[in-house]
Structure formats: C-alpha cells, structure tokens
Write a protein that binds this ligand. Sequence first.
Ligand code: FAD
Length: 615
Amino acid sequence: MKSEYLAAAGLAGGRVLANSEIPQPEMQEITNFCKMDKDSLVGSSCDVTFKEINDINHKIRPDLLSLVHSDFFKYFKLDLYKECPFWNDNNGYCVNRACAVDVVEDWDQLPAYWQPEVLGSLTNESLSADQARDDECSFLDQLCDNSRAKLSRQGPDIEYCDIEDFHNDQSVLVDLTANPERFTGYGGEQSSQIWSSIYRENCFTLNETGQCLAKDAFYRLVSGLHASIGTHLSNDHLNTETAKWGPNLELFMARVGNFPERVANIYFNYAVVAKALWKIQPYLSHLEFCNAYHEDVKSMITSVVSNLDSKIFNEDVLFHDDISSKLKNDFRSRFKNVTKIMDCVHCDRCRLWGKVQTTGYATSLKILFEIDTDDEEAKQTVVDKLTKYELIALFNTFDRLSKSIESINNFEKMYNDKLLTAGDRILALFKANNFFRILGNAGKSISSSFINRSNDSSAPNIDVLEGLKDMNISEAIGLNDEMNVSEAMGLNDEKNVSETGDVNEVSDASNIESIQAPETKAPEPKFQDVKLPPPKKVPTKPVENENSISKAWHTEIDNVKSALVFIFKSYFGLPRNLARMALYKLNSLWNSFVGVPSYVNDQDHSPATYQLTIQ
Ligand SMILES: Cc1cc2nc3c(=O)[nH]c(=O)nc-3n(C[C@H](O)[C@H](O)[C@H](O)COP(=O)(O)OP(=O)(O)OC[C@H]3O[C@@H](n4cnc5c(N)ncnc54)[C@H](O)[C@@H]3O)c2cc1C
C-alpha cells in the first residue's frame, strides 16, 4: 500500500487513527481554500481522490438533477407532526416562513402511481397493518400500480431507519422540488441540542476490533451531513439587503470552508452513497417500468450509476468478521436513533430534508452492510424489499451531496476571486497612500508589530502583506465585518467563527463535548504564527548636551511663525470651509428628502456596518 494511502487511511504502524488524528495533507496549491490536497484519498476506506470525485460529479450532475426532478423521485412522504421520542420538547416551533413545508394538496395533478388509492395507507384503512406495509413498502410493486406481489418483511432487523413512518396515517406527501433545502434561519439552542444529541450517538461502548474505524465512519457520516446542510444554507442564503437568495461566501467559510475535515466528510459521504448505488446497479437495470416516461427515468438512473466505481468505498473493512457483528448491531441502532432525532427538529423544512437525508444514509448503510456479496439470493431479497421512499431518499441524498460538491467548487472560485480582488485592493491602498485613512474610517486598530514593519518599508512587501492577515481589514476587502480576515481567508483553521462572530473550538470525533457546551477559550497571544524579521537597528543620534540660548531663541521664533501661518490660513480658508459645510448640509437634506438611507451621509456608518445592524 502506498504511504500516501496509509497516511490518508489513518493507519500508522498498525494502529488505527481516529479521524481527528489523521494528519492533514500538505497544501500544494496557491490557494489555501479548504487547505486540502485534491490528489489525496478521501479516506481510509476510499480508493478515490477528491479530484476524481469532482470529475465523476461533474459528469453525472445534469442527469442526477433531472432524475430528482422527475415525477417519480420528487415526492416524499413523512409525518411532520410526529412527537420527539427522546425528550419532552414538543411545544417549540419555527415561525419563519422559510421553515414551512408546502404539502401536496392538489392530488389531481399527480401521476396515477401517486394517487391515494395506490399509496394505500393514506386512505385505505381497511387494510391490515401488514398488508398496508407490503403495499406501501415494496418498491418493485410500486413501479406499476397493477402488480402487487406481497413480500414478507419477516427476518432479522436490517433497518437503519424507521420505515414505519412511510405508512403512517398522519404522513403527508411533499414535493421536494417545491421545498428546496436552504437557509431557514433555524438555529440557536434548539438546533444545537439536536446536533449534540446526534454526535452523542457516536459513543460506542463495545471494545471490539475495528471499533475505531466504525466510530470514525459514524462520525464522518454525521459530520458530513452537518457540513452538507451548512453548505446548502450558505449557498442558498437570503441577503436581507437585496431580498435575493444566493451564495454567501463568508458564511460558507465560517461554517464549512475553514474546516478541511468537514469538507472531506462531505466527500466521504458521497463515496458511501455512491457505493451503495453501485452495489444495487444490477437490480436497478432489471426493474420493469410501465411506460415510456418511466423508461426515461430508467435511462437516467443507468447513466448516473454507470459512472460509479466499486473502488469508491470499501465497506468490507468496517465490519469484516464475526466479532464485529455486535458492533454492527450497535452501529445500526445508533444510526436509527439519528433518524428518529429528526422528529425533534422544530423547523419543518429542516425536518423534511433531515428525514430525507438520514433515510438516504440509512438505506445506503443497509445496502452496504446487510447485503452479503456472496449470497445472490440474500442480495436480491434486500433489494426487492426496498421501499420506493428509501429509493427516493437514496437518490435525493446523493443529489444533495452532489450539489454540495458543486457548491464547494463554486465557493472555491468565489474565494479565489475575492482573494485576487482583495490583493489588488490592498496593493492599491499602498499605492494611493491612503492606508491609514481607510483604517480610520473602518475604526479598526492595527497591530503594533505590523506598524513597526510597515514603517520600515514604504513599498508593499511580503512582510507587510503577511501583517495584513493579523488585522481586521474586512471593510477594505469587503468581507463580513465581524470576521477576522485571517479566518475568512482560511489562514487559521483552528477556530470556528459563527455567524454572530462567536469563536468556538472546532469539534471532532473525540471532542463531542465542545458541541454540548461550546467552550470559549481565552484568546491566544496573537501573531505567534508570524515569523517576524529581526528588528532593524535604527542609528541612534548623538545626545546633545548643549542647550544654548540661540537654539531656544530659534525654536521660539519657529513657533511664532507656525502660529501666524496657522491663523493666516484659517482666515484664508474660512469662506471655502463655510461653502463646504453648506454643501454638505444641503446634500444631507436632499438625501433625506429623496429617501436615501442615513448611512450614506455618515462616514462612521458604512453600508457594511448598516448591514450588520439590521441583521
Ligand atoms: C437536522 C437539521 C437540519 C437543519 N436544516 C437546516 C436547513 O435546511 N436550513 C437552515 O438554515 N438551517 C438548518 N439547520 C440548522 C443549522 O444546521 C444550524 O444548526 C444553525 O444554522 C445554527 O448554526 P451554528 O453556527 O450555531 O452551529 P451548528 O451548525 O448548530 O453547529 C453546532 C456546533 O457543531 C460544530 N460543527 C458544526 N459543523 C460541524 C461539522 N460539519 N462537523 C463537526 N462539527 C460541526 C461546531 O462546533 C458548532 O459550533 C438544521 C439543523 C438540524 C439539526
């Protein structure tokens, strides 16, 4: 095995490293966006690089997008009112319009196979629970509404999510394309509680071989889901000034981009779901669709899945022997809990997408870990028993990850553009010699170490530019005012700057506590990472001992001259200053008359500050 693979795999000297211990690859590109080497492997169980996944994703993206917009894949059923099974917290709700879900009410618009009669349990109360489940849950039967072979669901538990939800009386049908996953404003204590309980599920008690790898995989799945949600809410974010939805680079960097580990976890999840799809490929191509429309869907499925490769993820390393089967059971029940925690999410839109994606991961895990590659019959049985909702969730989850990866690549372009623009602006600042004026306007301080160095040289040099990363020049380069530029540029991946500017410690597999009670560390001494050049020796002037009368006389004369010049200039400049003041006042009155916001008149309240105030 290549040493690069060993390092990326987290295997050192026969010891399995936790995710947090895996050394981050050296940065090889000019940009430090996400500080990742795209030619390194995605993880210990993946024989695929970040770049290869980017290429695959680029190829399949159009078909995958069409697939999830097709009538067959765009509807999902869930119970939006199910009570939280873990804690008594069923009174909260999210009042933002963005949290709402539009459910399907106009049934006439739906294709025949989505009509209530076909969905069975929505209306047909005469069916027994088992019958309803069979009708509802046999994916193959649902492709054509006239063939309904009954498949028994007896046998050992192989479920990683609660599939009962799909035939619950309370369940509603939702058009996923009409309810995009995006920024909803959901946050605060409630969402942190959800995330901390999800991460707490990653506390395996068994001390079996391979536990570390399983624990690491569990963590990566959850963190990848979290990061993918963070990417979507940053990519489709509401700009409160323009009232338009669009990407928010600063938010993305603060939530995901500054944490290479989180970005890598999105790629890891992509590999897991892709492998599950690859694994059921032979069965998907044998599906019998009823009409020409479905044939289109089938060809889109084939074109997506045929681009995937078995080496993308090796599930066999996780639970490879009998000893680890207990661990697998633990893994399964813990992941099931993650899917159930979604019922505690107060924001309906977030709950919807949380349910879709956890169901998608649960389906992938079932396919990966419960299908024995040597047993053809068992394989067929597992695939046959997939419900259509599991398949819909599987493809939609793959689409979410694919969209995340596309967004990450777009954010990288934006980041590089911003960096270039920032660089140009910084150079322009020096050329125009208006550096201190701008800083004064921004009301920011500049580090003394930087002032010392900038005084040494009038031309911008690397030390000076490096010094810039230490100070908050967000206004100068147009980044979020609350964010330190070094963090915004990803120069420091140790800290997580939340939207409100809070600095929390980065959490990792071994650091769940940081999520439960985010620790605020005492600020570290600044500039410790900056290598300062030795201080220049300033030639010292010889001390003058003589304090002659003539020197004192000249000083006095100079002072009198300066005072006279000042008085003369003041009289001379008075009309000009009065005219300016009048003009300024008139301008200000005119602006208020035509309704221009007050910050335009007020230098201390730049648009950036104004934006922060109204947020
Ligand atoms: C199931 C679910 C679905 C959601 N869907 C949406 C949605 O569609 N739209 C929306 O606007 N909001 C959604 N949210 C809310 C969103 O995820 C955040 O919780 C919210 O925006 C507040 O963010 P935050 O910065 O306070 O930190 P949070 O994202 O709540 O994170 C809490 C802490 O976890 C750690 N952390 C963050 N990301 C990771 C990661 N990837 N890996 C490891 N640790 C991490 C950090 O230390 C952070 O301080 C959802 C929340 C949940 C629980």
